[in-house]
Design a protein around this ligand. Structure first.
Ligand code: 1HE
Length: 270
């Protein structure tokens, strides 16, 4: 699916390390530093957070992509100079804050992955809600080889996708997963051919934008928190969230539409 994107204006147009464009309820944010393989400097990280906080109120889903041959080469290693331990902690907290902005923001994000998705690039992808990978995609955590550790929420999010054992292998042994392994293990939910990722991500974002807002809120905000709770606590929160979502007038209309034969049925995949 192709959407008719137009460049965003105002503050969003000033973010020189990103490209931000809008098509109705769908926004597209692109990491736009291809000559450095979209390596994330502090300034770029701040721009990413600024973009997602400042997208217009009408945006209901976003696509995140990377310009050039790779999605993202991770942390800009030139910035990891002679920092002190205290600066290292604050730097990691800054990354974590930006990644929380993506995961727990106002709308779901579909990332369109290709080429290298490594280090902080994988932490960014892991903070999005749906990941579409092209066949060129590969996943790595070279932090282990660089003598450092993940710092952008990777230790919390990556094991929730692929498990602690897989992440340990990637970091200790330098294991790199290709697109097929990434799909099988849970890095991506979709695998598509070369050059097809952005269109697929747009199609999914457009579909997400049609969902009822409180249902989307429950899925993106309540679901990951419930998964972290004990089962009795999670079930209690689930009941509250279910009642809130179904009490919404939009949800009631959708259920009337189904009962009265106006809504689509669930079909077997073709
Ligand atoms: C960079 C970076 C970078 C490329 N920081 N400058 N991430 C990594 O350990 C990955 C390091 N990068 C690579 O392994 C490769 O560059 C890629 C596999 C991503 C791409 O390879 P390739 O052959 O397409 O490009 P290239 O020739 O290696 O790089 C092109 C330029 O981008 C080159 O600069 P130039 O001035 O010589 O042209 C590279 O130096 C530059 N470049 N990647 C800075 N990462 C919150 S904590 C997160 C911790 C981490 O993310 S650690 C993992 C860091």
């Amino acid at each position: 699916m192709t959407l008719n994107f137009t460049p965003a204006g105002g503050l969003l147009a000033e973010l020189d390390l990103l490209r931000v464009e809008l098509a109705g309820p769908v926004a597209h944010v692109q990491l736009n530093r291809p000559r450095k393989r979209n390596a994330i400097s502090d300034g770029m990280l701040q721009q990413l957070q600024t973009a997602f906080v400042n997208l217009p109120a009408g945006v209901r889903a976003a696509v995140l992509s990377g310009a050039g041959e790779h999605f993202c080469a991770g942390l800009d290693l030139t910035s990891l100079s002679e920092s002190t331990v205290a600066e290292g902690v604050m730097h990691s907290r800054m990354w974590q804050g930006a990644m929380d902005t993506l995961q727990f923001g106002r709308f779901p994000i579909v990332s369109s992955l290709h080429g290298a998705v490594v280090g902080g690039g994988l932490e960014i992808a892991s903070s999005t809600h749906i990941r579409v990978a092209e066949t060129s995609t590969y996943y790595g955590l070279p932090e282990g080889q660089h003598g450092i550790f993940v710092g952008g929420g990777g230790s919390a999010r990556v094991p929730r996708l692929v498990g602690v054992a897989c992440m340990t292998d990637m970091m200790l042994c330098g294991r790199v997963l290709d697109a097929q392994e990434g799909l099988q293990r849970g890095f991506s939910q979709y695998l598509v051919g070369a050059g097809e990722g952005f269109a697929k991500a747009c199609e999914l974002a457009r579909r997400i934008a049609d969902n009822a807002p409180l249902s989307v809120f429950a899925i993106t905000q309540a679901l990951p928190r419930i998964a972290d709770m004990s089962q009795p606590d999670g079930l209690f929160v689930e009941s509250l969230m279910a009642a809130i979502a179904q009490g919404d007038e939009g949800a009631k209309q959708r259920m009337r539409d189904f009962v009265e034969g106006r809504a689509a049925k669930v079909r077997r995949p073709s």
